[in-house]
Design a protein around this ligand. Structure first.
Ligand code: HEC
Length: 171
């Protein structure tokens, strides 16, 4: 039976916070604030029934927070930072759908694993795997590949650059 039906919200919160050693689930205590932990719980409970559009809607809160930190339009972007990019995978809940071997384990696995992304030649089978194309994929997912099961996540430009920098390190 799947975890969302077996456990109530409080139990899921505890599991999310402390991790489950047996399943190899990482403890997120150090990655997520209290609010974010509850957001993950709410998310995990609804996940199996969500459509991509509903998912994008649900994660809008962290997204708008990310956008409010974005430089004013016209201001230069900060240098892409892989560590910020890695954190953004949690903030945008990319990890709900994507596994990265040795880092995060998503369950259910909706999207393809992202390990080795830095040495692949194509993105989602449709774009050459360059930095600019990765930023485009992350920001304009459905425009790049119409009807894809990956939702357009509302990733800010800065976050997209940081995530692309992080994914490029996965070899
Ligand atoms: C609701 C599930 C879901 C979420 C959330 C999600 N993705 Fe995806 N992702 C997918 C699916 C499904 C695909 C395969 C798309 C395709 O090939 O049409 C994909 C493909 C990708 C690819 C291309 C992988 C490849 O093998 O070429 C990358 C990179 C990626 N996602 C990164 C991200 C990042 C970064 C985030 C967070 C900002 C994210 N995804 C959020 C489901 C998701």
């Amino acid at each position: 039976m799947d975890a969302t039906q077996r456990w109530n919200a409080r139990e899921l919160y505890w599991i999310t916070r402390n991790g489950l050693k047996m399943t190899g689930m990482p403890a997120w205590e150090h990655h997520l604030s209290q609010d974010d932990l509850w957001a993950v719980v709410a998310f995990v409970r609804k996940m199996p029934k969500l459509t991509p559009a509903e998912f994008a809607e649900m994660v809008r809160a962290p997204v708008s927070r990310a956008e409010s930190c974005e430089p004013q339009s016209g201001a230069a972007l900060l240098d892409a930072d892989p560590m910020r990019g890695k954190r953004a995978l949690y903030a945008y809940a990319c990890i709900a759908c994507h596994t990265i071997a040795g880092t995060v384990q998503s369950n259910p696995q909706v999207g393809p694993p992202l390990d080795g992304m830095g040495r692949r030649t194509r993105i989602a089978g449709v774009l050459d795997n360059t930095n600019d194309n990765m930023v485009r994929w992350l920001r304009e997912t459905d425009a790049v590949k119409h009807g894809t099961a990956m939702p357009t996540m509302g990733v800010s430009e800065q976050d997209a650059h940081d995530i692309a920098a992080y994914l490029a390190t996965l070899r």
